[in-house]
Write a protein that binds this ligand. Sequence first.
Ligand code: THU
Length: 139
Amino acid sequence: MSSKLSDRRIEQLALAAVDACGRAYAPYSKFEVGAAILLEDGQVMAGCNVENASYGLSLCAERAAAAAAVSAGHRKWRGVAIASVGGVPPCGACRQFLAEFGLNTPIILVNLIDGARTVCNLSELLPRSFNAADLPGQV
Ligand code: THU
């Protein structure tokens, strides 16, 4: 279940994603992305994309933020904001990665060009998803 985020929460999360974007390490693509996750207790965990000279090893901002949240012991999330030039939606791999911790998570896309915040839901971005229930022997 996802509950609707207040405008104040959306703004808090959007600003955290913009802030994280400022820490992006993207010397190869020059495409900087920041992500911020609102935890159940109101805390925010952030991440940015981290590229590598061995291009394929590059880590997306969403997965960096997700790994930070889980590593800090937080698996229940109320929303995820992603900031970039253009306010692009998460890549397919990140959609799947985020879905592990809640397919109904609200997603806020922040466009650094015009400041637009677009709110959608992860379930819209990842229809007919694969999840743990599809694995034999899992609940
Ligand atoms: N990137 C993200 O951080 N998140 C996405 O969902 C899409 C792509 C990053 C990866 C790479 O560092 C750069 O954007 C260009 O693809």
